[in-house]
Ligand binder design. Structure first.
Ligand SMILES: Nc1ncnc2c1ncn2[C@@H]1O[C@H](COP(=O)(O)OP(=O)(O)OP(=O)(O)O)[C@@H](O)[C@H]1O
Length: 238
């Protein structure tokens, strides 16, 4: 589709040309960036899903290995793992040394996650610790959403996709899904998609009818193909 120029500023595909950008809200005042949102999340967690995961929202932190540059400038001291769910962040040493002890104290910030995975965590361990249960829930019929969030170079692609030698959570998930459906395929041709999310089971007569329709369609396609190939060769040899 042709992109259209909108307001002389942005290229936008024509299929979203009708969508107006939502008006921008006024300035947001952020008084306390450490606002505890757990009470709001608990509202979401009181639903009726009875799967085995603990709560509906799991927020896991993965700390990737530090690069040599980061080690050189002392960045690895900025984060310390307290236990399997807590980390403490502190400003870089060169920044701290400019401050008095009094002011540097409150600059330590503690964050709590559902689970923290340190730099030594392997792809397999991360998959086992984060994805295995949601994938199992999905196979049991529940909806699950997984996404990675982080600054550039944080390790999102590595975690999701991984490398050829050491694949990430996406290929591992696909592997688990395909393995779990092996030998459980429904081979009878008597189910038909209906209204997007439903299926109807066809009676024997309806199956026969469907087969006849499909066969006549296939015949038609074949005839059209033959017709065009004859026309094409006539054009070439004229
Ligand atoms: N757990 C890890 N173990 C080893 N290397 C890692 C790990 N996580 C990330 N890396 C390496 O760190 C670098 C940055 O990772 P990655 O490309 O996944 O970041 P990203 O968050 O996807 O960045 P961007 O948002 O810019 O695409 C890559 O070289 C990647 O191989």
């Amino acid at each position: 589709m042709e992109p259209t120029l909108d307001n002389g500023k942005f290229f936008r595909p024509s299929y979203i040309a009708s969508i107006e950008p939502s008006p921008r809200a006024g300035p947001v005042s952020v008084e306390d960036i450490k606002t505890d949102l757990s009470s709001e999340f608990s509202l979401v967690s009181s639903g009726s899903d009875t799967s085995q995961s603990n709560g509906h929202i799991q927020v896991c932190l993965r700390i990737r290995p530090f690069t040599s540059l980061e080690r050189e400038n002392g960045s690895q001291d900025c984060v310390s793992l307290e236990d399997s769910t807590n980390i403490v962040l502190k400003p870089p040493q060169h920044y701290l040394s400019r401050l008095s002890e009094k002011t540097s104290g409150p600059m330590l910030q503690k964050f709590t996650f559902s689970q923290v995975f340190g730099p030594e965590t392997t792809q397999e361990e991360f998959f086992e610790g984060t994805m295995k249960q949601p994938v199992q829930d999905f196979l049991d019929g529940y909806n699950r959403l997984v996404f990675t969030y982080g600054v550039t170079n944080a390790g999102k692609t590595y975690t999701f996709q991984g490398t050829e030698e050491d694949v990430g959570i996406l290929p591992r998930t696909m592997d688990m899904l395909f393995k779990s459906i092996q030998g459980k395929l429904y081979t009878a041709m008597d189910l038909k998609p209906y209204r997007c999310r439903d299926y109807i089971k066809l009676t024997e007569n309806q199956v026969r009818e469907e087969t006849a329709i499909k066969n006549s369609l296939l015949r038609l396609i074949k005839e059209v193909e033959e017709h065009f190939s004859i026309l094409f060769s006539m054009c070439i040899f004229r």
